[in-house]
Design a binder for this molecule. Structure first.
Ligand SMILES: [Mg+2]
Length: 362
């Protein structure tokens, strides 16, 4: 996503919104900051975090979502209009909300706007929402804010999902078919417990594959098992850093992923989110308004195909990564568990998926 932060409406760099917004840059989203409130980052600002120009020069920037604070909703919305953002996510506070003028309420209504409030204020806002639609208001985490921007903090996750949910709902109210894609061995070269972001390398036809899918209107969602986290091989922050590099490498080619989900657990944990569990697909369906039964999942392992099957989606096995070995094991198997398609790579998968679109084979 391309995020514009309206710093003038934020209470300061230590607030939840400022920290979470900077955390989005650590997750690989392009974050441009206008005005004050930029938190200091120990390792210096990541490449994805930059300064937005002031005044009307802001119109040179294009954003998907403008985020801001409880004060001056009109100012945040105006920044959104200038950057052609479609959505606005504001950190709300009950006293500031009560002080909103008519023009602030009007500004809220001009973009697809949602709000985030502290748990302790939920009851106050619920009993007196000041005219805001309550279904557009969600909660920050109950954890203390992090000392500095942190990709792994719950608030960063909450803001990321709030932005993605707003974008999806602004686009459509009827569930869409999506393409879920495995990461290692499908989008990028299989390295075996990849933890160094610099080891991440796109497979040769990943970019053309994703271009086909985006041109056909499919949301593209990455779903990855990353058990190296719970095995203690690397911290979750390394997964976010690798996913951030994936987003950056794709952005160079003009491709934005709709969302990234991963499971950090070991297979023995028995969680519902590790593929072939379908919890992450179900979460994505709720976040992004997706129809799983009309969706596809492509991966280099049979567990990706099984995930699709369990979610009532269609499964594609690609021969990159572990795919050839998986196909060999599959030989002669077939039957109900067979993939809907086995093909060379994600580009071949994408071409097939696009031809299935609108064929009445839903
Ligand atoms: Mg894989």
């Amino acid at each position: 996503m391309r995020i514009l932060v309206h710093g003038a409406s934020l209470p300061g760099p230590a607030g939840r919104m400022a920290l979470a917004a900077a955390g989005l840059a650590l997750r690989g989203h392009r974050v441009l900051w206008q005005g004050p409130g930029l938190p200091a980052l120990a390792g210096g600002p990541p490449a994805e975090l930059g300064r937005a120009p002031d005044g009307l020069a802001l119109a040179r920037v294009q954003a998907d979502v403008v985020v801001g604070g409880p004060a001056r909703a009109l100012g945040a919305a105006a920044a959104g209009w200038l950057t052609r953002a479609r959505c606005m996510v504001l950190a709300l506070e009950a006293p500031a909300l009560r002080a909103w003028r008519r023009r602030d309420r009007w500004a809220w209504s001009t973009l697809y706007a949602t709000g985030l409030i502290e748990e302790g204020e939920a009851e106050t806002v619920r009993s007196d929402p000041q005219g805001l639609e309550l279904e557009r208001v969600a909660l920050w985490s109950s954890d203390a804010p992090p000392p500095e921007a942190d990709a792994t903090h719950a608030d960063t996750e909450i803001l990321e999902r709030a932005c993605e949910r707003a974008l999806a709902r602004q686009r459509t109210r009827s569930p869409r078919a999506a393409v879920f894609v495995d990461r290692d061995g499908t989008l990028v070269v299989e390295r075996g417990y990849l933890s160094d972001p610099l080891d991440l390398e796109l497979l040769p036809r990943t970019v053309t594959a994703l271009r086909h899918l985006r041109a056909a209107g499919f949301p593209v969602v990455v779903v990855s098992n990353q058990s190296g986290v719970e095995r203690g091989l690397f911290p979750a922050s390394r997964v976010y850093a690798a996913m951030a590099r994936l987003r950056s490498l794709l952005r160079v080619h003009g491709i934005e992923l709709d969302a990234v989900y991963f499971c950090p657990h070991r297979p023995e944990a028995g969680c519902a989110c590790r593929k072939p569990g379908t919890a992450l697909l179900e979460r994505a369906a709720d976040d992004l308004v997706l129809a799983l039964a009309r969706s596809f999942m492509a991966g280099d392992k049979m567990l990706d195909v099984e995930t699709a099957r369990r979610a009532h989606a269609r499964g594609v096995l690609v021969r990159t990564g572990y795919g050839r070995d998986e196909e060999r094991r599959l030989a002669g198997g077939g039957g109900a568990d067979a993939p809907d398609l086995v093909c060379e790579d994600l580009e071949a998968a994408a071409r097939w998926i696009v031809t299935r679109q609108g064929t009445g084979e839903d």
